[in-house]
Structure formats: C-alpha cells, structure tokens
Design a protein around this ligand. Structure first.
Ligand SMILES: C[S@@+](CC[C@H](N)C(=O)[O-])C[C@H]1O[C@@H](n2cnc3c(N)ncnc32)[C@H](O)[C@@H]1O
Length: 166
C-alpha cells in the first residue's frame, strides 16, 4: 500500500492525486493564465449577468471574475475540488462573489445563464452542444477554452479560445 501510494505520488503527481481525479473520474486541468485572460476578453461580462463556470475545478475562473467585480457560480462534480475552491475564495476574501455547488452539469438546467465558461473535454462537446442549444436563452454566450463544438459556429476565435452566441 505504501509502495503504491509512493508510486502514485511520483508518477501521477500530487496535484492530480489530491484533486481526487483518480478517485472521482473527470480530469481536472486548470485553464492556463493566458487562456484565462483571453476567455475573459472574449466573454465581455456585464454587471448583473448570471455567470457560471461549468466544471469549476479549483475556482480559478471564479477568482478572476471576482477580482474584476463580477458575481459568478461554479458547478463542480468533484467534492475535493468544491472544497478546495471554496477555501481558495475564502483565503482571498472573495467568497461573497462566487458560490460553488457540487453538481453534475448533465443534470443541471442552463436556461438561467447569460454567460457560460467551459474548459471541458473533447468527448463531452457534442452532447454539451445539444444541451446548450436546447436550454440556453437567445443571446447567451459560451466561452470555451480549447475544445470546440462540432456543429455550432463560433462568433470569435482567438488562440483556441472560442466565443459562441446562442
Ligand atoms: C479541465 S477542468 C477545468 C477547471 C476550470 N474550469 C478551469 O478552467 O480552470 C474540468 C473540470 O470539470 C469537472 N467536471 C467534469 N465533468 C463534470 C460534470 N459532469 N459536472 C460537473 N463538473 C464536471 C472536472 O471535475 C474538472 O474539475
């Protein structure tokens, strides 16, 4: 058991292990700084908009939104990442700017959101495209880091970051 733990720490990396990825399934990779900056530029959030990060990971996008004065919410399936993101927000005294919920986005309704942040995985994009086109209100925007929807044409693309408008 000790040997196995050492192996996991060295080979898989402590962040992956402690994020719970290997125990809870979906992969956690935070958006890189330059992509995060681009996502916010393309998103052009406005005060009062309902903003969500689908699969909010450690809360990196929520923290950046809060720093810029935008309220947002995070939806994250991995309970360890939910706890970690809440702790990060608390440490930065930004907890009143973002609420993180443990939730499965497949079981959530997107119809109330004006702006959706997404850094998904290739294999979820087709199903997510269908769900978003069915549920998002007209005019709602989706900013996707790297992964593209197979049929939905983006309004803008910059360095693999895409802006979609419903
Ligand atoms: C690539 S990470 C992105 C993290 C963060 N959005 C960012 O850009 O830094 C994807 C996140 O989505 C979460 N996730 C995957 N499937 C999910 C689902 N069905 N419902 C909620 N969260 C999910 C994973 O646990 C992971 O934290």
């Amino acid at each position: 058991m000790i040997l196995l733990s050492c192996f996991l720490l060295v080979v898989i990396g402590k962040d992956l292990l402690f994020s719970g990825t290997i125990f809870f399934g979906p992969v956690f990779v935070p958006s890189a700084e330059d992509k995060l900056k681009l996502m916010l530029e393309l998103a052009e959030p406005k005060p009062g908009e309902k903003i969500v990060d689908l699969g909010s990971g450690d809360g990196k996008i929520l923290v950046e939104l809060a720093r810029k004065g935008y309220q947002s919410e995070g939806m994250e399936i991995n309970p360890i990442l939910v706890r970690r993101s809440r702790k990060n927000l608390r440490k930065l005294r930004l907890e009143q700017w973002a609420a993180v919920r443990r939730a499965n986005f497949w079981k959530s309704d997107f119809s109330s959101y004006d702006l959706v942040f997404l850094y998904g995985m290739k294999h979820v994009m087709k199903r997510l495209e269908k769900k978003m086109l069915a549920e998002l209100k007209p005019g709602a925007r989706v900013v996707s880091n790297y992964f593209r929807f197979p049929d939905w044409r983006p309004e803008k693309v910059r360095d693999e970051v895409r802006l979609y408008r419903r």
